[in-house]
Write a protein that binds this ligand. Sequence first.
Ligand SMILES: N[C@@H](CCC(=O)N[C@@H](CS)C(=O)NCC(=O)O)C(=O)O
Length: 201
Amino acid sequence: MSQFKLYRHPLSGHAHRAELFLSLLGLEVELIDVDLLAGEQKQQAFLKKNIFGQVPVLEDGDITIADSNAILVYLASKFDPEHTWLPLEPAKAAEIQRFLSISSGPIVQGPAIARLINVFGAKLDHAKAIETAHAILSKLDDHLQNRQWLTADHPTIADISNYPYIAHAPKGDVSLKDYSNIRDWLQRVESLPGFISMQAS
Ligand SMILES: N[C@@H](CCC(=O)N[C@@H](CS)C(=O)NCC(=O)O)C(=O)O
């Protein structure tokens, strides 16, 4: 039996961030599907794990961590003794935080929402989400012009956090055809030993 339990939904990009990173670290996890469409995440039992009623939630023995980026920080801090996924140097750590903020800001408001509308029928503004997606993706494509990874000369949790919703952007009618640097970066992430993909919707 694994020491970890990950409460997730198979089509959640937020949950995939955690699942992917556990796999890259070679950590086995018991996956527990939460029925988001039935509202299981807003039931008392789940709210005890995350007052915001959202997946993912990681349990490591008696420690409970909610929020995808919090889970990445926790796992990197506890299980990467070399500190390559989350360096300790203040400027490097700050640069990673900058890209975690991007992943929970415009990447959610853009490609993630555009996909949510197509895949789950969310009643949100598709045109606005697509516009937000292209605004951030064109910036990221420029950023990746002369670099292999988002924040360092090696992969960090910033890359893992940003990967799922960018990789699945086309599901929201956000084409990646104009972003060759992003497409090359996605392939680099997909080539990492232990990479696992999110279930296709
Ligand atoms: N900031 C949170 C956001 C998580 C989130 O939006 N989860 C969605 C699934 S992708 C969810 O649980 N939605 C159900 C709900 O809000 O009721 C994180 O990074 O984990």
